[in-house]
Design a protein around this ligand. Structure first.
Ligand SMILES: [Cu+2]
Length: 485
């Protein structure tokens, strides 16, 4: 169930397109160029943040007008998303300052599991200089204990300076809008049952505690927004971009998560909508842009979620006044269903027991060690007495602790899921849908994405019952414990 990208043999280093693996000619001297960054060594269970220079890029000045991200194995096959996925990738230009966080290098492209593509309207481009130094911040997530090698693929439409297609091109800069703007790992949690009518919108009131409103940006000079699309995680429903001017607020664009996933808003089988080609919004200096992200909170919690909208702003050109004209209209999805998303999971799995029917396991063992991708007590894959749910009394806790995986860069979580939580693993199963919500955070010493803690205690106020959980990072890891009078 994997798509294949066709790769040509690498072109010579001296060519303007550099280390491209495929080049296609477009109108007016523009080129569609495919680059592969890597090979990247992916360790068992990897879920770490890495920074690397991007040397796979054009070697001449010009304009980027479209970016399409992907991951491939060395042979060009696209990994199944439930095996390996791009948790996020951020493309940075070290030679420029970021518009919304001037202390950071310019963040000009981001993609996550949903593989949102960026496309600027005709006549607008991101000016890339041959001398610009580029960096990739990536978090590639190996959901399995199997090591592998991958390429990060970025395919761009590039208009070389001086070509016919570059004539009249308007330079466009990225405006990185983010509900947790500035963070290396800008996440927030969505708890099941919070929000209104099953929908939770972040930021919530008071979340920035009177500090900087991270989801806002004051427009620093007049310009025209020409494109945007959102980035969300599973469970996400939409991101919104708004503008405030003299006390009035106008909606600019809602990027909607369109789920191909049969189970609904629970997986990466989704595409975001982007702005229509003719969406152009004139902004004034002093306008306040803001973004928000809305998630479904009826079915599950969504831990470590994101809400990002990279908007593109030209210095001039035609555009509408959003306070006079309605600009918030639906846009097209940035891509269709992707075949790498076809393993949904959730089918009966005869290899996993229903832990509610298992006999009692260890009596108040105190600790459950986490090592070699296993909960050493109560893991549904263990079988035998160690696989039976360890038992505690009301008021007591179990402490889950790392017993070696952290040193190998493998981080786990203990995340409640609805019992029996024993169905097949896929992109839509399991999810954090336990009737009682508990969550350890990502246990590990690398902060972020981990919390820095290497152990976690279960809540001590649980009623009698059998509690099931999984690891969000390696969802084939399932376990249970029991509270008994
Ligand atoms: Cu894990």
């Amino acid at each position: 169930m994997s798509a294949v990208l066709a790769f040509a043999s690498p072109t010579a280093l001296a060519s303007p397109v550099g280390k491209a693996v495929a080049v296609q000619s477009l109108a007016g001297g523009a080129k569609r160029i495919t680059y592969r960054i890597g090979p990247l060594d992916i360790v068992p269970g990897q879920n770490s943040i890495n920074i690397r220079p991007i040397t796979e890029r054009p070697q001449v000045d010009g304009y980027i007008t479209r970016i399409r991200p992907d991951l491939t194995y060395l042979d060009g096959r696209v990994p199944r998303v439930d095996v390996i996925h791009l948790h996020h990738g951020v493309w940075l230009n070290l030679s420029r300052q970021d518009a919304t966080r001037p202390g950071l290098p310019e963040r000009f492209f981001a993609a996550g599991e949903e593989k949102t593509r960026m496309r600027l309207p005709r006549g607008y481009g991101y000016a890339l200089k041959a001398t610009d130094r580029l960096l990739l911040n990536d978090m590639i997530h190996n959901l399995t204990p199997t090591p592998t090698q991958l390429y990060m693929v970025w395919q761009i439409d590039f208009v070389p300076k001086g070509s016919a297609a570059a004539r009249g091109m308007r330079t466009t800069r990225p405006i990185w809008m983010d509900v947790q703007n500035g963070g290396l790992y800008p996440v927030f949690n969505v708890r099941k049952g919070t929000g209104r009518k099953g929908r939770f919108t972040y930021p919530t009131r008071g979340v920035y505690r009177g500090g900087q409103k991270k989801n806002q940006w004051v427009v620093d000079r007049p310009g025209v927004l020409v494109a945007t699309a959102g980035h969300l995680h599973p469970g996400g429903l939409h991101t919104d971009l708004k503008v405030r001017r003299r006390g009035r607020t106008a909606p600019l664009f809602r990027s909607v998560a369109r789920y191909f996933e049969p189970a609904g808003a629970v997986s990466w089988d989704v595409a975001m909508t982007g702005t229509p080609q003719d969406w152009k919004v004139k902004l004034r200096k002093g306008d306040v842009l803001s973004t928000s992200a809305t998630y479904d909170s009826r079915r599950a919690s969504w831990w470590e979620s994101m809400g990002i909208m990279v908007a593109w702003m030209a210095n001039g050109g035609p555009g509408k006044n959003p306070f006079k004209t309605k600009v918030n209209r639906p846009g097209p999805v940035t891509h269709g269903h992707l075949p790498e998303n076809d393993n949904h999971g959730g089918a009966p799995d005869p290899s996993l027991p229903d832990p509610r029917t298992l006999p009692d396991g260890a009596d108040n063992p105190g600790f459950v060690d986490l090592v070699n991708f296993r909960y050493q007590l109560g893991d549904l894959r263990l079988g035998g007495s160690a696989g039976n749910p360890p038992v505690i009394r009301p008021g007591q806790s179990l402490t889950f602790r790392d017993a070696g995986d952290n040193a190998k860069g493998i981080y786990h979580s203990i995340t409640s899921c609805k019992a029996p939580c024993n169905r097949s693993t896929g992109i839509a199963y399991p999810i954090a849908d336990g009737n009682v919500q508990f969550e350890s955070g990502t246990l590990g010493s690398a902060v972020p994405p981990a919390t820095g803690a290497l152990q976690w205690q279960t809540p001590s106020n649980l009623s009698p019952g059998t509690y099931t959980f999984f690891c969000r990072i390696h969802p084939f890891m399932r376990g249970a414990f029991r509270v008994k009078q």
